[in-house]
Design a protein around this ligand. Structure first.
Ligand SMILES: *Cc1c(COP(=O)(O)O)cnc(C)c1O
Length: 383
């Protein structure tokens, strides 16, 4: 038999069959009336999912493309910006802004720490930065930040917030308008249950005002050009039309489930994964808290190389989990649980990890992880 494949990384994520089927329909022309209707509906659904009345722009690019659009539209060379970083993605946004000549200040934490609002306030006052980059869900560590509190601190200090919500939107609460987030960036390939290829940016009126004054050159990622086109239901350049069809279908599924129900499901999955891992005797790297519902980062037992575990999961069982970044690679692996995911995906991942660890003679509890994960899930869905 061909090896059955399980995608259990925090992006790209598994795609529901109806979304795959929608993406396989004959290609539409992006200047035609059928595409226009589809695009306008998709944008309205994205507003609903991001809980916003602000403009949503859709770019054919990965999440980093949308983030680059925020940098080129919001910053002029030499301007101070604050990047809050506690992992891979915070570091990426600092490097991206530096590439475009911004005067990048960092609020840097050790990987795995959770950023604090009082630090954001202090660093903004110190640096005079008018724009701050925040990461909602730092996928490299499993930490989900309290973006509401961070954004409030930024607003009090007079700064515009740019939030990386690539792995969080659709999985944990994100209230763009209520929390006063100026720019939110996301991608199609995480909790939105769609293949990679599209990224979105939500832009507030304050961000539009700033974008009108900035001098960084831009063309493909120019927000104003994109908005003018989207208002008529098309894009300035050929979009990934089949991914738009898929995304629209996936958003329909998500809204049918209901956002609150989706958030509750993700919280329950996160809890099941953490409890199962701990029952096996494994140590968590990601915080053992309700908010940490995107990806569970787990430390391999002493004497086990996490890179080998990740390779064996894939080679032996067709299970793709994520490894750790950088220095954490030998020690950490990450089980993603965003999007098209249920509790039996969690138990499959935990059972396979247990199987391999028992085989290597690692010191783990046998037969408890799956039972405890199911019990924790039952407790979570009951409340
Ligand atoms: C996946 C991800 C991104 C986007 O990365 P791309 O590969 O450019 O799509 C950005 N930020 C976070 C937190 C992510 O998880």
């Amino acid at each position: 038999m061909a090896v059955k494949r399980y995608l259990m990384a925090p992006g790209p994520t598994p795609v529901p069959p109806e979304v795959l089927a929608a993406g396989a329909e004959p290609v539409l022309h992006h200047r035609g009336p059928d595409f226009r209707e589809l695009m306008l509906r998709c944008l309205a659904r994205l507003q609903e999912v991001c809980r916003t009345q602000n403009d949503v722009l859709l770019f054919t690019a990965s999440g980093s493309g949308a983030f680059e659009s925020a940098v080129v539209n919001l910053l002029s060379p030499g301007e101070p910006v604050l990047a809050v970083t506690a992992g891979e993605f915070g570091d990426r946004w600092a490097a991206l802004a530096a590439t475009y000549g911004a005067d990048v200040h960092e609020l840097r934490y050790a990987w795995g720490e959770t950023p604090r609002p009082e630090d954001v306030r202090a660093r903004l006052e110190e640096t005079g930065a008018e724009v701050v980059f925040l990461v909602h869900s730092e996928t490299s560590t499993g930490v989900v930040a309290d973006v509401q509190a961070l954004a409030q601190a930024a607003r009090e200090a007079g700064a515009l917030t740019v939030v990386d919500a690539v792995s969080s939107v659709g999985a944990v609460p994100l209230e763009t308008d209520t929390w006063g987030l100026d720019v939110v960036v996301a991608g199609s390939q995480k909790a939105l249950m769609t293949p990679p290829g599209l990224s979105l940016v939500v832009v507030s009126s304050r961000a539009w005002e700033r974008a009108a004054r900035t001098t960084t050159p831009r063309f493909y990622f120019d927000w104003a050009r994109m908005r003018a086109s989207l208002e008529t239901g098309t894009t300035p350049f050929t979009p990934a039309v089949s991914v738009v069809v898929a995304l629209d279908t996936a958003l329909g599924l998500l809204l049918e489930e209901g956002l609150e129900a989706a958030f509750a499901r993700h919280a329950a999955l996160g809890r099941a994964c953490r409890e199962g891992a701990k029952a096996m005797g494994l140590e968590l790297f990601s915080p053992d808290e309700e908010r940490s519902a995107i990806v569970t980062a787990i430390l391999a037992p002493t004497g086990v190389d996490a890179r080998e575990l990740v390779l064996a999961l894939r080679g032996r069982f067709g299970i793709t989990v994520a490894g750790g970044h950088g220095e954490l690679a030998p020690r950490m692996f990450r089980i993603g649980h965003i999007g098209y995911y249920d509790v039996f995906d969690i138990t499959t991942a935990l059972a396979a990890v247990e199987f391999l660890l028992v085989e290597t003679g690692a010191d783990v509890e046998r037969g408890t992880a799956v039972a405890r994960a199911l019990e924790a899930y039952r407790e979570a869905v009951r409340v």
